[in-house]
Design a protein around this ligand. Structure first.
Ligand code: AMP
Length: 457
């Protein structure tokens, strides 16, 4: 997963400090690298590096650059390794002018496209799927940039929410299926595009609306123009996992508040019943807190901040090895002493992936004296890998794909374990099932077009 941000100021005021601040608000979407790109008339300039936004970029340096249009990116690697050259934005100065691109999502036909292009002389600088879009543009000699981008996007498949910088214009584009979120906002004479609305809040911009699936917004001196992509989707596949886990709860995605969705997911668990009223409800911080609150409210039970999280340890899931992941969980979470003693505990988390976190937390809460520990997961079992931008492991590592729920309950040593169903998930989010991507839960992947139809440039 990644975060993208972009700005275009019509009155010429500098925007790079806004880019820095916007990226800070999107930090949860990627911690591997951060970068910003801008143009100065003729060519593209890029500053980027590994690490968090404040490690990779210098706020005061960016603030001193007079560019009135720029884009930024925070990266969480799903395609391509963690090498410095894969940090985004990616940029090039080719025959038609400067181009820079910040991409959130995964292109599912990038491998076929890049070998097609490499066989025709393209020299790839990175192993990032996003570079395919730039190479497709550059392989259309004599075609003006916007047209070249539109025809490149007609050939790529999968998930892409993009902020693109062309010569004196900012583009926001969201794939026809709508996998990843993308919004547009405004503050005075400056337009912004962002992966999530929380990034607009931080810079005092107002949310105008979501970029629609299949829409290309062109923002320049004259204002904002909406264009339709050539490729049409049979149905939308907006990622349900954004609401479950990934997005920040103060964001509104496709008109649905992430905060409300999370509380409703917890309330849904409460409606399953089977819990004693005097049990203590605790959420796994921070991912399960809102669902736990929703569960406790709906069931009329007590919510306690029963587990404390060390906020200086990042998202454990992102650590590359199982050993580090396990150590990470121990460093990260600790139950409050005294709260669970002699009581039944209901522990809520947003999702269960490999089962590492749930197993650890159940044993911690037992050790702190709970009479029983009930685990509740505010999403359906994750059984299938994501090909659209979330780093879900292969099915062999997905515990729910390997065992039944009863076996899993035993494995994590809980007294009971419950999930919610896919229909319940969609209801809690408030979007019809036919609008949402639930592939990681039910294997309902998008049907892909034949690759041969997409190759010819
Ligand atoms: P696990 O310990 O492998 O079962 O992972 C479950 C925990 O990881 C939950 O607390 C989730 O909040 C979190 N999580 C789920 N999906 C992701 C993801 N794609 N990236 C980072 N963390 C995740």
């Amino acid at each position: 997963m990644c975060g993208v941000f972009g700005a275009y100021s019509q009155d010429g005021s500098p925007v790079l400090e806004d880019i820095y601040l916007g990226l800070c608000a999107l930090q949860h979407r990627g911690q591997l690298s951060a970068g910003a790109a801008w143009t100065d008339g003729g060519s593209v300039h890029i500053k980027k590096g590994l690490g968090l936004v404040h490690e990779a970029l210098c706020q005061s340096e960016l603030a001193a650059i007079p560019a009135h249009t720029a884009i930024g990116h925070v990266r969480y690697a799903t395609a391509g390794g963690t090498r410095p050259e894969n940090c985004q934005p990616l940029g090039a100065n080719y025959a038609q002018g400067p181009v820079a691109i910040a991409h959130n999502g995964n292109l599912t036909n990038a491998r076929a496209l890049s070998s097609y292009l490499a066989n025709r002389g393209a020299i790839f600088q990175t192993t990032c799927d996003s570079e395919t879009i730039i190479q497709l543009m550059a392989h259309q000699p004599g075609t003006v940039q916007l047209e070249a981008l539109e025809s490149a996007l007609a050939r790529v498949q999968g998930a892409y929410s993009l902020a693109v910088l062309l010569e004196d214009c900012l583009i926001a584009a969201r794939d026809p299926w709508g996998f990843r979120p993308l919004v547009v906002g405004r503050r005075g004479e400056t337009y912004f595009v962002a992966s999530e609305s929380c990034a607009l809040d931080i810079i005092g911009a107002e949310l105008i609306r979501d970029v629609e699936p299949g829409e290309i917004l062109v923002i320049d001196r004259r204002g904002m123009i909406s264009r339709k992509m050539r490729r049409k989707a049979r149905r939308h596949f907006k990622c349900a996992f954004e609401y479950v886990y990934f997005a920040r709860p103060d964001s509104v995605i496709d008109g649905r508040s992430v905060y409300r969705a999370r509380k409703e997911l917890g309330a849904t668990l409460a409606r399953h019943g089977g819990l004693t009223k005097d049990a203590v409800v605790a959420g796994m911080p921070d991912s399960g807190t809102l669902a736990a609150l929703g569960l406790a409210e709906e069931a009329g039970m007590d919510f306690e901040a029963g587990v404390v999280r060390n906020r200086y340890v990042g998202r454990t899931f992102i650590q590359p090895t199982q050993r580090v992941r396990e150590a990470g969980v121990k460093i990260k979470l600790n139950p409050q002493t005294g709260i669970f003693k002699g009581k039944e505990a209901v522990v809520v988390d947003d999702s269960l992936v490999r089962g590492t976190t749930a197993g650890r937390i159940v044993s911690m809460i037992r050790e702190s004296g709970a009479a029983k520990v009930h685990m509740r997961i505010a999403s359906p079992p994750v059984r299938y890998p994501c090909y659209y931008g979330i780093d879900t492991p292969s099915s062999e590592e997905l515990i729910a794909a390997q065992t039944t729920i009863a076996e899993l309950c035993e494995k994590i040593d809980a007294d009971s374990l419950e999930y919610i169903g896919c229909d319940e998930l969609c209801r809690a989010i408030g979007l019809p099932r036919g609008e949402l991507c639930t592939a990681c839960f039910d294997g309902d992947y998008m049907e892909e077009e034949e690759e041969d139809n997409l190759l010819e440039v």
